[in-house]
Ligand binder design. Structure first.
Ligand code: SF4
Ligand code: FES
Length: 364
């Protein structure tokens, strides 16, 4: 693959607004206010530019993307541009007419998040009373509308033991896929890391449960699951490699190589209001900085996995070492790898620090 092969996916972060307050939220700690969000026409132009660039899949995300009043128009614009559209939603704002309108506008797929397998656990984690029942209703509206459903479960110390119940929930809701995503530790999640990191025993039990479910449910439910960084010896190819497979656009129109990139210092990320997606992808310094392998130092530079994991995650490297160009400490070859063991040892059951945004921003 050449350095400028087109991205496969565009992650459109339509808004940072969200009625939930999950303590592992991947949004930046500094959130974009409503008045600074891109308008409908600009997003529609961006979708057209993405399709022309070669993007196939559009992930409509947030925050909560349905907090945008123009979400149906945005889906229609994306479908008209020829993009496969995936709505990544918490589901609490989705009633039957809204789902039907989204389906009619051309929506292809819904990815619904759940915080736990039961209401008490889910609502403690998400920080919103009544959210779980609304999510179950939203799942029914999605399947009633004939849309394929993926259930997305973010797992951690305080819900990982209920993974078998999450599998049962996915089946009961008619999901075709269950994405089990371990928390990634930057932003809000780093602030709550001690209360979120699972023990090795929890992880081993969860991995065994997934292995058993994959065999028992072959042909009925696909389960995506990978061992989390803090218990691994080699890192993941975050985003498939920097500037390699995915472009993200923030609510305010900043083009980013990953959703967390604004946490990195020393970047002037391009603005989609003033630069085309093609120029950003093919010509901007921000997307080129960690693309490929030429930026790497040892031990990555001479490692035979350098084009497998691309040195891991730049945001995690910066969050843990202060150097975004460092080898991801999730790699056992990193001189900072012991930091992860220390964090696992320090983890303990405890309360969360919740993000506070929903109350500060009215829907609009
Ligand atoms: Fe990946 Fe670098 Fe570790 Fe090699 S040294 S496995 S390239 S992170
Ligand atoms: Fe930014 Fe991994 S989240 S590179």
């Amino acid at each position: 693959m050449t350095a400028t092969a087109p991205p496969l996916g565009l992650l459109a972060e339509l808004t940072h607004r969200c009625p939930l307050r999950c303590p592992y939220c991947s949004n930046p700690v500094e959130l974009t206010r409503v008045a600074a969000e891109l308008d409908t026409a600009t997003w529609a132009r961006v979708f057209g530019e993405a399709a022309a660039l070669g993007v196939l899949q559009l992930h409509l995300s947030g925050g909560e993307p349905t907090a945008r009043r123009d979400i149906v128009e945005l889906v229609a614009a994306a479908a008209q541009a020829g993009l496969y559209t995936n709505l990544i939603t918490a589901g609490v704002t989705l009633d039957a007419p809204r789902v039907a309108a989204l389906a009619a506008a051309g929506l292809d797929h819904v990815q619904l998040s759940v915080q736990d397998a039961d209401a008490a656990g889910a609502e403690r984690i998400g920080g919103m009373a009544g959210a779980h029942a609304r999510k179950l209703a939203a799942a029914r509206h999605v399947t009633d509308a004939g849309l394929p459903l993926t259930l997305n479960a973010v797992v951690h110390r305080q819900n990982l033991d209920r993974l078998p119940a999450l599998v049962d929930l996915a089946l009961a809701l008619g999901a075709q896929r269950l994405e089990v995503a371990h928390v990634q530790y930057y932003g809000w999640a780093l602030a709550n890391r001690a209360a979120l990191l699972p023990t090795r025993a929890q992880l081993d039990a969860a991995t065994a449960a997934v292995d058993a479910a994959r065999i028992a449910l072959k042909g009925r439910l696909v389960i995506d699951y990978v061992v989390p960084d803090y218990h691994a010896h080699r890192p993941k190819a975050c985003m498939g490699g920097w500037g390699s497979r995915v472009m993200a656009v923030s609510p305010a129109g900043r083009a980013l190589p990953c959703h967390a990139a604004e946490s990195l210092p020393g970047f002037d990320f391009p603005d989609v209001r003033t630069m085309s997606l093609r120029d950003i992808w093919e010509g901007s310094e921000a997307f080129a900085r960690y693309r490929g392998t030429s930026w790497m130092a040892e031990p990555c530079r001479s490692c035979d996995r350098r084009e497998v994991d691309w040195g891991g995650c730049r945001c995690q490297a910066f969050a843990l070492t202060g150097d975004a160009a460092a080898t991801d400490p999730a790699c056992a070859l990193s001189p900072h790898h012991a930091l992860l063991d220390v964090a696992v040892q320090a983890a303990a059951d405890g309360g969360f620090t919740y993000r506070e945004f929903a109350r500060a921003a009215p829907p609009g």
